[in-house]
Design a protein around this ligand. Structure first.
Ligand code: UDP
Ligand code: MG
Length: 355
């Protein structure tokens, strides 16, 4: 057991984005605090008020006056779910940060299991949703999205794992430091690495049946997920280009055969077929090459680090030389080279630097 991850040593943050969730707020505070109190954890609950207009703002002010563990970050207007999650992660002060929605779909009782897994040294614990209590059509769309994303993404993003998760402080700092604007949080969480585990958690029904993220919003998020974690939409054009090139060669052969051998070709047909099919293939390959540049620029602008160090371990850590030590070593090398040259001129090349 990691001693820094015990109730007496650790501080926990629970981050919740809020957009017009008036009725759920007192219930959430009561359920989260009783769950964490039962485990004797010290904690804060950080609500990010994403421009609510239904009285949630007043209710949050009331809750923060009633409980010293309630903190509020308020946006100037509605900026969207992912932005609220990002702001909450920035504001949270805990050694472990738990992200959950405030529509009572994420069961606060799962926090106990999250924390138990964190104590067993997992840095990321995410909920794998079982029994989604949602409309069949929405469930089908979610299922398709997760499966397609899983098949094409360059990092393995677990199926049916949304934002509901616990992250160790260093994971949060890694993700917070990314300059990336267009964020798909579950993807970034998988990309971060460290020790991750999934826990099955039943997805409850929304308390009021009115989703705050519209279908269009979910579609945009799906696009963000696919484009920021996969190059397949781009590399597809290589395949399309290659295929059209092969088809154009076959067509050209066919058209030339009829033009030159059988004489069945209608005037103009041969040249039209060759030009159209060949230029179609060249266009696709051109798009693929342009896309390659765009993808590289996107990668550079997104500026995800090339690697994240987990730990550096060694029995005998060698410190790097200081600039002064470095220049002393260079002077020594130059002196040796000069001496070696003089010896060579005198016909004695047997000197070595170590001598
Ligand atoms: N939310 C938000 N800003 C928005 C839309 C939603 O902060 O513009 C919050 C909302 O209050 C909830 C969470 O994001 O806590 C998830 O929203 P919703 O339940 O509509 O998403 P779904 O569960 O359908 O993905
Ligand atoms: Mg919801």
């Amino acid at each position: 057991m990691n001693l820094n991850r015990t109730p007496s040593a650790a501080f926990i943050s629970v981050v919740l984005p809020v957009y017009n969730e008036l009725q759920a707020l007192p219930i959430l505070v009561e359920r989260i605090s009783s769950t964490l109190d039962a485990g004797h954890w010290r904690f804060e609950i950080v609500f990010v008020n994403d421009g609510s207009t239904d009285g949630s703002t007043q209710e949050l002010a009331h809750l923060s006056q009633a409980h010293d563990f309630v903190r509020i970050v308020s946006f100037s207007r509605n900026f969207g779910h992912q932005a609220a999650v990002q702001a909450g992660m920035m504001a949270a002060q805990g050694d472990a940060i738990i992200l959950m929605d405030s529509d009572l779909q994420d069961d606060p009782h799962a926090l106990t299991d999250f924390l138990a897994a964190w104590q067993q040294d997992f840095d990321i614990v995410y909920a794998v949703r079982t029994k989604r209590k949602e409309h069949a059509c929405k469930r089908f769309l979610f299922d398709s999205f997760y499966r397609i994303l899983n098949a094409i993404s360059s990092v393995r993003i677990p199926v049916d794992a949304g934002n509901f998760s616990l992250l160790d402080r260093r994971v949060v700092e890694t993700i917070n430091a990314l300059p990336e604007r267009d964020r798909y949080f579950p993807g970034l969480r998988s990309w971060a690495g460290f020790r991750q585990t999934g826990i099955e958690v039943e997805r409850c029904a929304r308390y009021d049946d009115v989703p705050r993220v519209s279908l269009l919003g979910l579609f945009r998020l799906a696009k963000t997920a696919m484009f920021s974690f996969s190059n397949v939409p781009l590399t597809m054009f290589y395949a399309i280009g290659g295929l059209s090139f092969c088809v154009s060669l076959i067509l050209a052969g066919f058209a030339l055969y009829h033009k030159l051998i059988t004489g069945d070709a209608i005037p103009g047909w041969t040249s039209t077929t060759i030009v159209v099919s060949l230029f179609g293939a060249i266009n696709s390959l051109g798009i693929a090459i342009l896309g390659e540049y765009a993808a590289r620029i996107y990668d550079q602008v997104r500026a995800r680090p090339n690697y994240i160090v987990d730990e550096i371990a060694s029995q005998n850590i060698r410190t790097l030389p200081t600039p002064a030590e470095n220049s002393a070593a260079v002077t020594q090398l130059l002196e040796w080279l000069q001496k070696n040259q003089e010896q060579t001129h005198k016909g004695d090349p047997s000197q070595s630097m170590s001598s």
